[in-house]
Design a protein around this ligand. Structure first.
Ligand code: BGC
Length: 746
């Protein structure tokens, strides 16, 4: 009897399978039809399961329907090493070493969207190989204060520049059928009190400065994932915020992807259900204060939601919308059949990492000392802990297990070792006076270099000074280092100064040797009181696996630097509006653990503030030198007047007037000469990087439309371009405008 029943059941299912593939598995069917079909087959339990985590970085899929587990990973500079199922510790695998790409600040400094596309594609290939379906990046929060510990993961202060770099990066990742997850949406501009800061901001500043990169990611790059930020806006956490997620993202921008919570960013079941969250990750359970082992059932979008539906407290409308979005994500990524395999640590990826670094390093200052003259330089002294320190460790969630990280000292030895003696002195140490779990990792012996250091900074400085007396050139590697309070997640910097007595070190070295090149490693600006006294300063970011090769090549002149600052480098903290107006880090409410932070500077962020207040920064937004020289000619416009739906093109000739091949970034800023509202003196609205051989010249054309002339009008809650006179300013830095032309918007 039993056998008979089984036979009929089998015959039935085989018969059905032979005739039709279920719609949801049929890739020839439209995705929306597949979603309808899958949704109709899912039980309540299964629907709830796909909208929250089952481990630190995964959600379960629907095994019964053949929908695999969904795997995410950080992001954004390479694929993070595997962690334990339910703990942050590394799992200790030996197959998860990756290429560490330069940090996103460096990518932004290339001012080259093609490089951003290559970056995204390469990182996506590594993710695919590691079987990840979603990369948690890129980060696009605006550089509002140089104290923000995560600026190194972001792309600077200008919404236009960030947007132009983020769009190709996202498209590059997603070309691998791996989702991007742009983060952190939004107004997450400092790390201090990151879970408890409630931002107060004008509608105009929100739209003109803080939203554009996210909007471009949604509307142009069609990002499949977006991560809510930890902070609050209008008194709601941004992982469940009705204004941000429902009104702006999902209604105004028609976003059809998923909103992923930042890890532990969901705080309330009702709000998580109603206010836009689709996938919940990383929640601390037990009332949100501490982790409970495998406590995933306790998430807001787990048992509480399911019980609420069964009890009739919640309808399934919101749930079905969330599940539809999640299924759409599955069909775009994990359920894609012809995904390919990706690749890990390929030569091509190393080459990409090198190229990003070579184009992104910024020559901030150079008084005839770089590139190093190999014929005349026989004794090189390298000073500084950052010449030997691994920078892919630390920093928080973007940390990586690099298959190789080639240090600056290694790079210098390899490049100059045949023609010069290379000596090294540590000069200062960070190991004794900072905390954090990375110290243990850092004190390991890495490639023969023992990071342990018992000597004091005075002793280390003394040693460096003695060695510097006889050196032909002294290359000092300093800056920050991704320790706590020094460019890392969850901790802002405490002040604008260089840490670890580096100022004393530089001054002491200058007293015995003037030939100093300071190579600054950081994702932030800082005070350099000695800046005018050292002949050269190079901004070398966090360059990842290829660090040493990139720096060696640039110091030797094999590579001509072409990076430009993606943010303003102030002389002091009050060169930034947020600090000049004393708005940072917000004011604690009397009886609540909430800090209200009012962005009083409004739209005047970075160079917009500098222009308004007529400040002279140490180095301007867009600034960056080269080993050759360029002449930017007179800009012309193809018309005198442009209509509201028209386009106007500006053309300028750029010539390489020096002796080396190199690249210049032509920057187009727009100035509204008369407006009904206060407008910045100028705003970046176009740029192009041009590569020129010695003597070569090229015409560079940049076209704009009315969006480049618009401001956000709070009275109509929309963008508006006012008829009248404008000026196009062309130059190679915000403080170096070479030519201007006026035009009229009709
Ligand atoms: C960070 C995110 C990251 C996530 C997962 C959070 O603490 O803010 O940027 O993607 O952790 O590691």
């Amino acid at each position: 009897m039993k056998l008979k029943v089984l036979f009929f059941l089998l015959a039935g299912s085989i018969g059905a399978g032979a005739q039709t593939t279920p719609v949801y598995l049929d890739e020839s069917k439209p995705i929306e039809a597949r979603i309808d079909d899958a949704l109709s087959r899912m039980t309540l339990q299964e629907k709830i399961a796909v909208i929250h985590a089952q481990s630190k970085f995964s959600s379960p899929g629907v095994k019964r329907l053949g929908i695999p587990e969904y795997w995410t990973s950080d992001g954004p500079h390479g694929v993070r090493p595997e962690t334990m199922w339910d703990a942050w510790d590394q799992a200790g695998q030996s197959n998860d070493s990756v290429v560490a790409f330069p940090a996103l600040t460096c990518l932004a400094a290339t001012w080259n969207p093609e490089v951003a596309a290559e970056y995204g594609k390469a990182v996506g290939e590594e993710a695919l190989y590691r079987k990840k379906n979603m990369m948690l990046g890129p980060g696009v929060n605006i550089y509002r204060t140089p104290l923000n510990g995560r600026n190194f993961e972001y792309m600077g202060e200008d919404p236009y520049l960030v947007s132009r770099m983020a769009v190709p990066y996202i498209k590059g990742i997603q070309s691998n059928d791996v989702s991007a997850c742009i983060k952190h949406f939004c107004l997450n501009n400092n790390e201090i009190n990151r879970h408890t800061t409630n931002v107060i901001i004008s509608e105009r500043a929100l739209n003109e400065i803080y939203l554009p990169a996210f909007k471009a990611a949604v509307e142009e790059a069609h990002t499949w994932g977006i991560m809510g930020s930890y902070n609050l806006w209008k008194n709601h956490h941004n992982c469940h915020n009705p204004y941000l997620l429902n009104d702006i993202l999902k209604k105004q921008w028609n976003y059809d992807g998923v909103v992923v919570s930042d890890w532990g960013g969901a705080h309330d079941t009702d709000e998580s259900i109603k206010y836009g969250l689709d996938m919940e990750f990383g929640t601390h359970t037990d009332g949100m204060s501490m982790n409970v082992a495998n406590g995933y059932e306790k998430y807001h979008l787990a048992k509480a939601y399911r019980d609420g539906i069964i009890a009739g407290k919640y309808s399934q409308d919101e749930l079905n919308d969330k599940v539809r979005r999640v299924l759409r994500l599955f069909f775009r990524t994990s359920m894609k059949r012809d995904k390919g395999f990706g690749s890990l640590c390929s030569e091509a990826h190393y080459a990409t990492a090198r190229k990003i670094g070579e184009e992104g390093v910024v020559l901030l200052q150079n008084n005839n000392i770089l590139p190093i003259d190999i014929e005349k330089t026989h004794k090189i002294l390298v000073v500084g802990e950052n010449a030997i320190k691994m920078m892919t460790i630390g920093g928080g969630s973007s940390k990586l297990k690099a298959q190789d990280e080639y240090s600056p000292l290694e790079g210098i030895r390899a490049r100059f070792g045949k023609t010069a003696t290379i000596d090294y002195a540590r000069g200062y140490t960070s190991i004794t006076n900072t905390g954090g779990g990375i110290i243990a990792e850092q004190t390991k012996v890495i490639k023969g270099v023992n990071m342990k250091e018992k000597r004091s900074n005075d002793e280390l400085r003394q040693e460096a000074v003695e060695k510097a007396r006889n050196a032909d050139i002294v290359l000092v590697f300093g800056g920050l280092n991704k320790h706590r309070y020094q460019d890392t997640e969850n901790y802002d910097r405490k002040d604008y100064e260089m840490p670890y007595n580096q100022n004393e070190l530089v001054e002491a070295l200058l007293a015995v040797n003037k030939n100093i090149v300071f190579v600054n490693i950081s994702g932030n600006s800082m005070a350099m009181p000695w800046a005018k006294k050292v002949p050269a300063i190079l901004q070398a970011w966090y360059l990842g696996s290829e660090t040493g090769r990139i720096i060696g090549g640039i110091l030797a002149g094999d590579v001509n630097p072409s990076g430009k600052l993606p943010y303003t480098w102030g002389q002091k903290l009050t060169d930034y509006g947020a600090h000049a107006l004393n708005t940072y880090p917000g004011i604690k409410r009397a009886n609540e653990e909430i800090y209200d932070e009012e962005y009083k500077e409004g739209i005047y962020v970075g160079y917009r503030w500098i222009d308004k207040e007529k400040i002279k920064p140490l180095f301007s937004f867009g600034h960056g030198l080269s080993y050759t020289t360029f002449k930017i000619g007179k800009v012309s416009a193809d018309k005198k007047e442009v209509s509201q739906d028209g386009q106007i093109t500006f053309t300028v000739n750029v010539q390489n007037t020096g002796k080396r091949a190199g690249a210049e970034v032509v920057q187009l800023y727009i100035s509204d000469l008369k407006a009904s509202v206060d407008r910045p003196a100028k705003e970046l609205k176009g740029f192009k990087k041009v590569y020129l051989q010695p003597g070569e010249s090229k015409d560079v054309s940049i076209s704009i439309r009315k969006d480049a002339l618009s401001f956000y009008d709070e009275t109509i809650h929309s963008w508006k371009a006012e008829a009248g006179e404008f000026e196009a300013l062309v130059g190679n830095a915000a403080d170096n405008i070479c030519s201007k032309v006026k035009f009229t918007l009709r």
